[in-house]
Design a protein around this ligand. Structure first.
Ligand SMILES: Nc1ncnc2c1ncn2[C@@H]1O[C@H](COP(=O)(O)OP(=O)(O)O)[C@@H](O)[C@H]1O
Ligand SMILES: [Mg+2]
Length: 498
């Protein structure tokens, strides 16, 4: 049972929180990694896109400018070829530069292989003439590296805006690939035209599953650049996670240890309370069942001793009888306390003005005080203080405490009894200037059978506490060695007559 309980505590404090927190943290880690990967891919995409757009826009501008000047300058074939070569050589981004006639057939250029072949389609030519702007044409990827390019061309227009010919540049995809790889290494990317023709790819391989890719559109042409999200960003993630698990385990374990400790402590406390309760119950039962049985024969013995005393008037015998009588008295007082102990449960409480109870008790206390040669100072509030109690029991309590005071004091000192109310509570405070108690003993005074007196029963304060508890009140004892002791009784104050 205990092991099962321990296991469930461990389960709820250590295992479950550890498990749940780890999952939450792992999910959080995954999400942030995903976000970081996405951001990195987006950033790389933007860098690539800017570069490609720049190449295209610059080429377009150059071609447009060149075709404008070509339309007004007369150039012979030799010069044209020279110019083409010069353009290609000055810019490594270009794979080839060509001069085409109005039908799109190459008539001059940097590569002899393309002479007299159609380098552009009719649709693209019409578009260029219509817009009077340079046009970008994606070329299908080819296994031949020398054909690894895409094309930009611009129309050379006459005064009537009719095409005289075209200037065409092949952009080297090899060079572009090299530059892109240099810009950000180790990225996987792909450039596709609007009809999904692949123009360029770096490390792309088979294009399976689009999900981990980020698409960035180009601004100069309706192509799309796709950048793959990096697979793993940070190999430290596992370490960070394990660290988190370790610390969480450490903390939950610490909490578990504390909780276990608290449980053990409260168990011990409960056990102690239980034992005390059992002790009290035992004493109570014992008291009820035996007190009367002891008292009756005791009365008989007392009577007989008295008779014997009258029969034997010798001094020695009288001394013996007086000792017997004293001892009988002592038994009687213990039995009386036992009887009170058995009572509280059975009795019902009634409403009393404490002052009326005090009025009856006062002569008894005062005669006791005279016996001890001690003055009693009474300090009683001049208005009714109503409480629910049992008259005889409350008398017993005050008498017990006052007697303790007398017994603790030397002759000639003063006992003060204050009766008042405060914060809805009736208060009875009994102050003596006796020998007091040290801290350790204060804790024991309400325990049954604790006594420091030779003839004490150790039941007085125990009985008091039982009685005051049954009145729903509290009793406290404060004391300083050699200074004196104060006993304070608080009872719920009843305001109105019921
Ligand atoms: N007013 C007091 N001044 C000093 N010690 C006290 C006082 N009241 C109680 N005590 C201590 O508490 C113990 C228990 O008191 P009590 O329960 O009345 O039993 P008893 O009077 O029979 O010893 C006393 O023996 C004494 O040591
Ligand atoms: Mg006493």
């Amino acid at each position: 049972m205990k092991i099962r309980h321990k296991f469930s505590t461990y389960l709820f404090i250590v295992i479950l929180p550890l498990f749940i927190l780890s999952i939450i943290y792992w999910m959080h880690l995954e999400r942030s990694i995903q976000k970081e990967r996405l951001e990195q891919a987006e950033w790389a995409g933007t860098v690539y896109q800017e570069y490609i757009d720049k190449v295209i826009s610059e080429t377009k501008k150059n071609l447009e400018l060149l075709s404008l000047s070509s339309s007004v300058l007369y150039l012979d074939d030799k010069k044209t070829e020279h110019l083409m070569k010069w353009i290609k050589d000055t810019d490594p981004r270009y794979a080839g530069v060509y001069w085409l006639n109005q039908d799109g057939v190459s008539i001059s250029g940097t590569n002899q292989d393309f002479f007299h072949s159609y380098l552009i389609g009719q649709d693209d030519m019409d578009r260029a003439v219509k817009t009077q702007k340079a046009v970008v044409v994606g070329t299908k990827e080819s296994n031949n590296p020398s054909l690894h390019y895409f094309t930009i061309f611009a129309p050379i227009l006459d005064h009537d805006k009719k095409a005289q010919g075209f200037l065409l540049v092949q952009i080297s995809l090899d060079h572009m690939e090299k530059t892109l790889k240099m810009l950000i290494p180790n990225q996987t990317l792909m450039l596709e035209s609007s009809d999904k023709t692949r123009i360029l790819d770096i490390n792309a391989g088979d294009f399976a599953g689009r999900s981990p890719w980020v698409d960035v559109p180009l601004t100069e042409v309706d192509w799309t650049l796709s950048v793959k999200m990096p697979d793993a960003l940070n190999t430290n993630n596992m370490n960070v996670f394990l660290m988190f698990v370790f610390f969480t385990f450490f903390f939950t374990h610490m909490i578990y240890t504390i909780v276990e400790e608290l449980i053990v402590r409260s168990n011990t406390k409960n056990q102690k309370l239980l034992i005390d309760r059992q002790k009290i119950d035992f004493v109570g039962t014992l008291a009820v069942s035996t007190a009367h049985e002891i008292r009756n024969p005791l009365t008989g013995i007392k009577g007989l001793v008295q008779l014997l005393g009258e029969k034997h008037p010798e001094e020695q015998d009288q001394f013996y009888y007086s000792v017997i009588n004293k001892e009988i008295e002592r038994i009687n007082s213990i039995v009386s306390e036992f009887l009170i102990l058995g009572k509280p449960m059975a009795q019902t409480l009634s409403l009393y003005d404490i002052r009326s109870i005090i009025a009856e008790l006062r002569p008894i206390i005062e005669s006791e005080a005279r016996h001890f040669n001690i003055e009693v100072e009474w300090n009683i509030i001049k208005e009714p203080i109503r409480v629910h109690c049992t008259k005889d029991q409350l008398k017993q309590v005050i008498l017990n405490i006052a007697k303790n005071g007398f017994e603790a004091m030397e002759v000639g000192k003063e006992l003060r009894i204050r009766i008042y109310h405060e914060n809805e509570r009736a208060k009875i405070v009994i102050i003596d200037t006796g020998k007091g108690l040290n801290e350790k003993d204060i804790g024991k005074v309400f325990e049954p059978f604790y006594t420091s007196k030779k003839e004490g029963t150790g039941l007085g304060l125990f009985v008091c506490k039982r009685i005051i508890d049954s009145f729903n009140g509290t009793i406290e004892l404060t004391s300083k060695p050699l200074k004196g002791t104060t006993v304070t009784i608080c009872l719920p104050l009843i305001k109105e007559h019921p």
